[in-house]
Design a protein around this ligand. Structure first.
Ligand code: URA
Length: 198
């Protein structure tokens, strides 16, 4: 059950609780040949309503951060570990993450990005397969393999972390700058800021 065409899942009923809580499936957005792939946890209320990832408050922080390093949302691909909104915005369960893993992995394989940026603890742990202290490890790069193909994962804070703790904003922006550098997308020249490396 569940079919993926053009990087999009049209129909899926693998997670009963999410089938009940979602209004729609929220697929990834952005170019299918993007060098940068951002992976969040799962859709929130605004994303569920609009059918696009990161279009609520966290999305504004992400857009601002991208702009600060000279990139636009249209330049990058953005997706989530699970494509359906969990009830009351709870974290997706281990089963739900596993049910959706294949869709994310197919998206990664078809996109073949230079860098995958994991936004927060849930996507970081989901993709690197170990527990991650994301506040400490933000900016670190780790190699993962999907069906023997290596990919670079850059661990990053969730944009929402900067809303509750402003001191995290600089770390978040530095990580985005690192992402642009690693991917060889030279947005920073036109950006308003040029932060020194870590
Ligand atoms: N937070 C996420 O992890 N994903 C979204 O799409 C929106 C907020």
């Amino acid at each position: 059950m569940g079919e993926m065409t053009d990087l999009c899942v049209a129909e899926c009923r693998r997670c009963p609780a999410l089938v009940d809580s979602r209004s729609r499936i929220v697929n990834g957005t952005g170019p299918e040949d993007a060098d940068l792939l951002f992976v969040g946890e799962g859709p929130g209320a605004t994303e569920d309503e609009r059918g696009e990832p990161f279009v609520g408050r966290s999305g504004s922080v992400l857009d601002d951060g991208l702009r600060a390093v000279g990139l636009a949302r249209e330049d990058v691909r953005i997706t989530n570990c699970v494509r359906c909104r969990p009830p009351e915005n709870r974290d997706p369960s281990a089963d739900e993450l596993e049910n959706c893993r294949g869709y994310l992995e197919r998206e990664i394989e078809r996109l073949d990005p230079e860098v995958i940026v994991t936004l927060g603890k849930v996507p970081s742990e989901h993709l690197v397969g170990r527990s991650v202290a994301v506040t400490k490890e933000a900016g670190d790069v780790e190699e993962i393999r999907i069906d023997a193909t290596p990919y670079r994962v850059l661990l990053c804070l969730h944009p929402a972390a900067t809303l509750y703790d402003r001191s995290q904003l600089e770390t978040f922006e530095r990580t985005l700058e690192r992402a642009a550098d690693l991917a060889g997308v030279d947005g920073a020249e036109s950006g308003q800021m040029r932060l020194d490396g870590f």
